[in-house]
Design a protein around this ligand. Structure first.
Ligand code: SAH
Length: 284
């Protein structure tokens, strides 16, 4: 049995989609009305209806009503900072291997799109965000989008992560900020052995700098990828790629924290120093 209520209830969010596929995110409240240029819909018309139902405005415009997916929420929610888009969120969840109960350090938190993806997968997040207005926005997005239980797993601090990370025993460090290489030392200290550092970066110049810094660190098996998504137009015999695609958003890099005897393990095959060369942290 689905855990979702079978009908829309007051207090929940509903996505209304009109005939031209315009989308409106609405929180249902008794006695409220939803206004668009295409007319007004009473929330009462939706409360108690099943997802997939059609609501009709006073002037006859029709909207299909659905529960928003996480992708709908992150694309449509209010934002301070630019969010990471669903195509990259999905890939990051695999690269960073986010699992229920995973203890994650996240910075910067921005609007909280990545936080929401990780929280919904069951992570327990300690977030560092330097701007208090963005932190407030992210907290609200998490509560409104995922509810109180998820918010209870989201410890968000207004702080500069370059100044250090408190605590230890973290499984993952996930970064979306301009200079992730400045977090490598702290990540080495707070991550469990075998833990993963993952970073989202918009520019390949930043990726080079991160990868060079990772090469000088206790992390190994670094990899970088980007995700290109090409949607298709499928209509009768007109079956072809869509004319437009989101060609570039960012690059995803991940690496694993190795033990002292394994440092540089993965570079041995490339003629690197290899294991057993002594120190935990390679000297340049
Ligand atoms: N991943 C987020 C977007 C993050 S945007 C999302 O999906 O919604 C990058 C954020 O990093 C911004 O909010 C910025 O304020 C924050 N930031 C930049 N430098 C930082 C630092 N040194 N410490 C903490 N946060 C930082």
């Amino acid at each position: 049995m689905s855990e979702l209520p079978s009908v829309f209830r007051a207090g929940e969010r509903v996505l209304l989609i009109d005939r031209r596929r315009r989308r409106y995110l609405v929180r249902l409240e008794e006695g409220q009305k939803f206004h668009t240029h295409a007319g007004t819909v009473d929330h009462a018309e939706l409360i108690g209806r099943t997802p997939g139902s059609v609501a009709t405005s006073a002037s006859g415009a029709r909207f299909v009503a659905l529960r928003p997916t996480l992708a709908d929420l992150v694309v449509d929610m209010p934002r301070g900072a630019q969010v990471i888009y669903p195509k990259d969120l999905g890939a990051l969840m695999m690269l960073a291997d986010i699992f229920p109960g995973a203890r994650v350090v996240e910075s910067g938190v921005g609007s909280g799109a990545l936080s929401m993806a990780m929280l919904r997968a069951g992570a327990v997040i300690t977030g560092y965000e330097i701007r208090d207005d963005f932190a407030d926005r992210a907290r609200r997005n998490v509560v409104e989008g995922l509810g109180e239980e998820a918010a209870s797993r989201f410890d968000l601090r207004v702080a500069d992560v370059y100044d250090g990370i408190e605590g230890d025993g973290y499984d993952r460090v996930v970064l979306d900020l301009p200079e992730p290489w400045r977090v490598i030392k702290a990540a080495e200290e707070v991550l469990v052995p075998g833990g993963i550092l993952a970073a989202y970066l918009p520019s390949i110049v930043q990726v080079s700098q991160l990868r060079e810094a990772l090469d000088q660190s206790a992390f190994g098996f670094a990899s970088t990828q980007e995700v290109l998504v090409r949607t298709w137009h499928v209509e009768g015999l007109a079956v072809r790629p869509d004319h437009r695609m989101v060609a570039h958003t960012g690059f995803l890099t991940a690496a694993r924290l190795l033990g002292p005897d394994a440092t540089q393990w993965d570079r041995k095959a490339e003629g690197g120093i290899g294991p057993g060369s002594g120190s935990h942290r390679r000297t340049p």
